[in-house]
Design a protein around this ligand. Structure first.
Ligand code: FES
Length: 118
């Protein structure tokens, strides 16, 4: 696992923007204060998203799932989520994704703050 620089605001530099595939996902493994965290980065309609790469059902990696717009289908048991809101889409599922805040710098580096937004 490569090390990822952390800035003063708590964002980690995880990738170059052109590494994030269009309408698809990239898995990045990183450490946050010594704890391994798998992150999925996704690009949909020119918008960058980041979320924990672990399905809240039975922990399959979400980045090997399928995207249709912002609707993500997990390959494990086909639960679906909206990566924009983090919400589970199939009632009665109530476990949402952990979304992360992202930002870009002037060199098109993708930075992610690992604290969950919700
Ligand atoms: S592990 Fe994702 S739906 Fe079961």
């Amino acid at each position: 696992m490569s090390s990822h620089p952390k800035d003063a605001d708590g964002f980690y530099r995880l990738a170059q923007l052109d590494q994030v595939p269009d309408e698809d996902m990239l898995q990045v493994m990183m450490e946050d204060d010594g704890v391994e965290v798998d992150i999925a980065l996704a690009m949909v309609d020119g918008q960058l998203y980041a979320f924990r790469d672990i399905c809240p059902h039975m922990a399959f990696p979400l980045s090997i799932g399928y995207l249709e717009g912002t609707k993500l289908t997990c390959v494990g048991h086909a639960w679906t989520f909206d990566i924009k809101s983090g919400r589970a889409l199939m009632p009665p599922i109530k476990k949402n994704l952990a979304l992360y805040e992202t930002k870009l710098d002037g060199e098109n580096n993708v930075w992610v703050k690992v604290d969950p937004l919700f």
